[in-house]
Design a protein around this ligand. Structure first.
Ligand SMILES: [Cu+2]
Length: 161
């Protein structure tokens, strides 16, 4: 019975780890996982990028900026509630990634904002962006573009390949 329980726990751990492992990138103390964007309608001038950043180190880091060839002006944004209205704005000093913390960039929260989009994002395609961290330095990340309705389910990290 004890062996069965241990085996089952291991199985659960393996299954749970799999969806994230395919996209995990480790750089210094940071682990970056599940980078994705929503597809954009034709003619769209902006897109958003989402991902999860975990800092396994003992000191804080900071997502300072990013670059990608698909955007003429990529920014790091936050959403804030101003008098009951959700607004977003650029984080001029970047996004803090505290020691030991996991920071999620997700719909209705922190996000990468790809201004001056140079081409529409098509579901199933990928694009690359380089995230610049204060301490960990530049990290190239491959973003998966998902269908326009994607991301409504909380905690959804699955993909089809
Ligand atoms: Cu934004």
């Amino acid at each position: 019975m004890r062996m069965f329980a241990a085996g089952f726990a291991l199985l659960v751990a393996l299954v749970a780890a799999q969806p994230l492992a395919a996209h995990d990138i480790t750089k210094g103390d940071l682990v970056i996982s599940a980078p994705w964007s929503r597809a954009t309608p034709a003619g769209a001038e902006v897109a958003a990028g989402y991902l999860v950043i975990t800092n396994k180190g003992l000191s804080a880091d900071r997502l300072v900026s990013l670059s990608t060839e698909i955007s003429g002006q990529p920014e790091v944004h936050e959403m804030s509630n101003e008098g009951g209205v959700m607004k977003m704005r650029a984080l001029k000093d970047g996004l803090a990634i505290p020691a030991g913390a996991t920071v999620k960039l997700q719909p209705a929260g922190y996000h990468l904002m790809l201004m001056k989009l140079k081409k529409p994002l098509v579901a199933g395609q990928h694009y690359k962006a380089t995230l610049i961290f204060e301490k960990a330095g530049p990290v190239e990340v491959d973003f998966e573009v998902r269908a326009m309705g994607a991301g409504q389910q909380k905690g959804h990290t699955g993909h089809n390949h």
